[in-house]
Design a binder for this molecule. Structure first.
Ligand code: HSE
Length: 314
C-alpha cells in the first residue's frame, strides 16, 4: 500500500523586524519534534483522522479541518493540469498548539501539501506548491503572507520577494545563535491580531522598517551578528500586539537584562522569542519564561536552532 508521511516544523513569523516578509524555521536542540505530521495512504474513499496533543482543539467536523481543504485544493489543481486525482486516507498528528504564534496552521498546511505532492510523485514544483500553501494559510489568517509557510516548507530563514518565482530567498543564518521560544498557553487569533494594527503607518516608521531590514540582510551576509541583532526591533506590530500578551514587558526586560541579544513576538503571538549566543543563558531565560510567562498547562519553552531543512517527506 502506498504511504507517505511528512513532518513540517514550527516557525517564527516576522522575526520582529520583517513584518509579513521574514520568517525562520525552528528545531529544538533537545531533539523534541516541534511540528505537525501528516500521513497520506491509499484508500477507497477520502477520510481524515486527527490525533496528537492538540487534536481536541480542532473543529470536530473533518470537512472544516484545513487539511481536508488542502486535499480538495490539491486535487482541483491536479485536475486542472489533467492529472489523476489520488483517493487517500489522511492522518494529522496535531502537535503544535493552535493560535500560538508558532505557525501552527502553516505546519499542518505544509505537511499536508508536502505529503500529497510526494504521494503524487512531486508533480508540482517548489514555487507552485508554496503558492498553494500561501493561499490556504491566507484563508485562515485573512491575508496571504508567506512568513510561516515558507520557512516551514523550505527551512532556514526566508525573505519573501513579492514575486511569484522565486517567492522567497534564503538568508544566511548566524550559526552561533540559540532561539528560545516560549508559548504562554493562551490562544491569539492571527486575524484578530492583524485587526488591531493601524491601517497606515507614518513615514518615519516606514523608514525605520526599511533601514532595519536592509541592515539586517547586509549583516547576515557579512556574518556580523552584533549588527544583525542591533536592528531586531518590531516597529510595526509589537507596540500594539503586546497588549494582548500578559507579562510581555516583564519577559522582555528579564531576557534583555540576562544576555538576550534580541527579544520579540513570534508571528502574532502569544509565543515570544529571545535570541542568545550563549547556551547557558538561553536555558536560564527559558527557565524564567517557563516560571513567569506561561499562563497554563498548555505552555512550554524550547531552546532552538534554525534548521537548514524544512519539511521532510518519507
Ligand atoms: N506576519 C503575520 C502577522 C504572522 O504578524 O500577522 C502571523 O501568522
Amino acid at each position: 500500500m502506498k504511504k507517505v508521511s511528512a513532518y513540517a516544523p514550527a516557525s517564527i513569523g516576522n522575526v520582529s523586524l520583517g513584518f509579513d516578509v521574514l520568517g525562520a524555521a525552528l528545531e529544538p536542540i533537545d531533539g523534541t519534534s516541534l511540528g505537525d505530521e501528516v500521513i497520506v495512504e491509499q484508500a477507497t474513499s477520502f477520510s481524515l483522522t486527527v490525533s496528537g496533543p492538540f487534536a481536541h482543539k480542532l473543529p470536530a467536523d473533518p470537512d472544516s479541518n484545513i487539511v481536508t481543504r488542502c486535499y480538495h485544493y490539491f486535487c482541483d489543481a491536479l485536475a486542472l493540469n489533467g492529472k489523476k486525482v489520488p483517493v487517500v486516507a489522511m492522518t494529522l498528528n496535531k502537535k503544535l498548539p493552535i493560535g500560538s504564534g508558532l505557525g501552527s496552521s502553516a505546519s499542518s498546511i505544509v505537511a499536508a501539501f508536502h505529503a500529497l505532492n510526494a504521494y503524487s510523485d512531486n508533480v508540482f514544483d517548489e514555487d507552485t506548491l508554496l503558492a498553494m500553501m500561501g493561499e490556504l494559510e491566507g484563508q485562515i489568517s485573512g491575508s496571504i503572507h508567506y512568513d510561516n509557510v515558507a520557512p516551514c516548507y523550505q527551512g532556514g530563514m526566508t525573505l519573501m520577494t513579492g514575486a511569484t518565482s522565486p517567492i522567497t530567498v534564503k538568508l544566511p543564518v548566524i550559526k552561533d545563535w540559540f532561539w528560545v521560544a516560549c508559548y504562554s498557553g493562551i490562544s491569539v487569533s492571527t486575524a484578530a491580531a492583524r485587526e488591531i494594527l493601524p491601517k497606515e503607518i507614518p513615514v518615519a516608521t516606514a523608514l525605520t522598517f526599511g533601514r532595519q531590514l536592509g541592515v539586517f540582510v547586509h549583516a547576515l551576509h557579512a556574518g556580523d551578528a552584533d549588527m544583525a541583532a542591533s536592528v531586531m526591533q518590531d516597529v510595526i506590530a509589537e507596540p500594539y500586539r503586546k497588549s494582548l500578551l500578559p507579562g510581555f514587558d516583564e519577559a522582555r526586560t528579564f531576557s534583555m537584562e540576562n544576555g538576550a541579544l534580541a527579544f520579540g513576538i513570534s508571528g502574532s503571538g502569544p509565543t515570544v522569542f529571545a535570541v542568545c549566543n550563549d547556551e547557558a543563558q538561553a536555558h536560564q531565560i527559558a527557565q524564567w519564561l517557563d516560571a513567569n510567562y506561561i499562563q497554563n498547562d498548555d505552555g512550554f519553552s524550547h531552546v532552538c536552532r534554525i534548521p537548514a531543512q524544512g519539511a521532510v517527506a518519507k
